[in-house]
Design a protein around this ligand. Structure first.
Ligand code: GLY
Length: 562
């Protein structure tokens, strides 16, 4: 009886969401860009309308986000591209940051071997060697149609002439004011005095950034990894005792990798391979839940939540043990995705009682030893599809502006396991596979994803959110494939998250009934809340070929389309 009541509650809630999404449903017939900032989405759309393809638009959106969304848009960070061209070929580009040559395993430990609080996620020492500009140059070289300069121009214009702050952007800058001051001694760039706050509608002008972007526009890689920008970046390192050298910058390369492709019913899920954990984790999750009647149970019904949480628990245990940079450690991809292994993992699941996380160890394979990020999805008129997640790691990364160059450095080093078994900023545990080594890429959770159905493009999706990235993408994908929501409903639907350790499952507050949480608690599910989980940007391709956008109402996310 209780079970049906819970279904009834969920389906009433679902139909109210279905009718009243907070942002309007946008559909179009040609090109579509969904990003976390209205200006960046508009920039991408302009490029598509000028005849640029999805990659051209992606490059322009990236540089625009670096100006209008400095919390996560970046040139001082890194990211991943999953790309499917109109002919159906799939590609994955890794432009993740790397540990500096002078980095080493114990660089965040004191003499007693304890973690030095904060050192890996704030300040100059937390920065990895940036990969974003190399990624943009590489994807444009291989697939771009329009001239490079045309793609950087809108960002230069925004930096030079200003971009209007949204309320969310103003709030973010104000919240980080103290840390900006602390990490940027002697600088005034973008730093206001105590009595003055950033306001929505105020113009943000970034002249130093405009000059750096101009160097990138004219010299591509050399405008960032050598010459004046490199001089300024290394001078900042020397001023503050950071580790990144000119040699680190010269050696940085973006790398093409084989995407992870996983079947699910009639669909194919195309994701990012290591050094992101996103593609493997999503592929495992989809396999683990495939045999359950999720559509019959309904979205966020008790049984649906239980199956998804138990799958997440098992997948994050594997993530902690096995995943790292494939250029440094052998990641057992085939074994982790083996259907027999994945199916077996769910055998210990019971609908009566949560499996305690301490009873879920990672699998054993003999022979093997915001949370602020941002995502954008683009589909052009021809059907080329781009899914990009990019990050500085935490909001505004290390909080360090490169003096005279006007951009923020990432704090991506915290995504390494600074000490085996000790949680990072996102509570994620790591082991040897993800320990720091010079030139190694730190493990990521970013999950840029493309889905096809019977070999036709179906969905482009991704999100920020640190460790919650994988589970947010998982939920939105199931909302569409199983629960038949439209793209806007799917991204707005209430979310929950579990990551093996800590034991707790986090729910968005006030979006799940107290009764439901109590029922789950009585089965042993420990739960807490997170104010909001993820900011998903998705595009769904309808059978008619129409593009349908999903822009998360948790942020400034915007669909621009024609
Ligand atoms: N910095 C978040 C991630 O890469 O997972």
């Amino acid at each position: 009886m209780k079970f049906y009541l819970s279904l009834l509650f969920v389906s009433c809630y679902f139909s109210s969401i279905a009718q009243n999404t907070l942002k309007p449903l946008v559909e179009s017939t040609k090109g579509m860009v969904v990003s976390t900032h209205p200006v960046a989405s508009a920039v991408g759309l302009e490029i598509l309308k000028k005849g640029g393809n999805a990659i051209d638009a992606a490059v322009a959106v990236n540089f625009a986000l670096a100006v209008c969304h400095p919390a996560a848009g970046n040139i001082g960070g890194g990211g991943f591209l999953v790309y499917r061209d109109a002919k159906g070929q799939n590609f994955a580009l890794d432009y993740r940051e790397k540990a500096p040559l002078k980095g080493h395993r114990d660089m965040y430990l004191d003499e007693k071997g304890s973690i030095i609080p904060g050192k890996s996620f704030v300040g100059i020492f937390s920065a990895g060697v940036p990969g974003t500009v190399a990624g943009m140059v590489e994807m444009h070289k291989k697939f771009g149609k329009l001239a490079w300069r045309e793609l950087v121009a809108p960002a230069i214009d925004l930096a030079k002439n200003g971009v209007l702050l949204t309320e969310k952007e103003a709030r973010g800058l104000n919240r980080n004011k103290e840390e900006f001051k602390k990490e940027n001694p002697g600088k005034t760039y973008l730093i206001k005095s105590d009595s003055v706050a950033w306001k929505a509608g105020e113009m943000l002008i970034q002249s130093d950034l405009a000059e750096t972007l101009t160097r990138i526009s004219t010299k591509k890689l050399k405008g960032f990894y050598s010459g004046k920008t490199a001089d300024l970046l290394v001078a900042e390192m020397e001023r503050q005792g950071g580790l990144i050298s000119k040699k680190d910058l010269r050696k940085y390369r973006a790398v093409w990798r084989q995407p992870i492709i996983q079947g699910y019913k009639n669909f194919q899920v195309i994701g990012m391979p290591p050094p992101s954990s996103g593609g493997i984790a999503l592929a495992q999750l989809m396999q683990m839940v495939e045999k359950y009647p999720l559509a019959q149970w309904g979205p966020n019904a008790d049984s649906t939540i239980q199956v998804m949480v138990e799958a997440e628990r098992r997948v994050y245990a594997d993530r902690a043990k096995w995943l790292g940079d494939p250029d440094f450690v052998k990641v057992p991809v085939k074994e982790l995705l083996d259907p027999r292994y994945v199916t077996n993992r769910m055998k210990s699941m019971s609908f009566d009682q949560a499996t305690p996380s301490k009873e879920v160890a990672a699998g054993d394979f003999p022979g093997y030893e915001s949370p602020e990020t941002t995502h954008y999805s683009i589909v052009d008129e021809d059907g080329n599809a781009v899914s990009i997640t990019t990050t500085l790691n935490n909001s505004y990364g290390s909080k360090v502006f490169v003096g005279g160059a006007g951009f923020l450095l990432n704090d991506e080093m915290d995504d390494f396991s600074a000490k085996a078994g000790v949680p990072n900023l996102y509570g994620l545990i790591g082991t040897k596979a993800n320990e720091i080594q010079p030139q190694k890429r730190m493990l990521s959770s970013m999950t840029p994803t493309i889905i096809t159905e019977n070999n036709q493009l179906k969905m482009v999706v991704g999100t920020p959110g640190g460790s919650t990235i994988i589970t947010s993408v998982f939920q939105v994908v199931l909302n569409v494939l199983e629960m038949k929501m439209n793209m806007q409903q799917a991204v707005e639907f209430p979310r929950f998250h579990h990551q093996w350790l800590p034991e707790q499952t986090r729910f968005e507050p006030k979006r799940f009934s107290a009764d439901q949480l109590q029922r789950l608690k009585s089965k042993g599910y420990d739960f807490g809340t997170s104010p909001s989980i993820g900011l998903v940007e998705g595009i769904l391709i309808l059978p008619t070929g129409k593009r349908q956008g999903g822009a998360d109402s948790r942020g400034d996310d915007t669909v621009s389309a024609y």
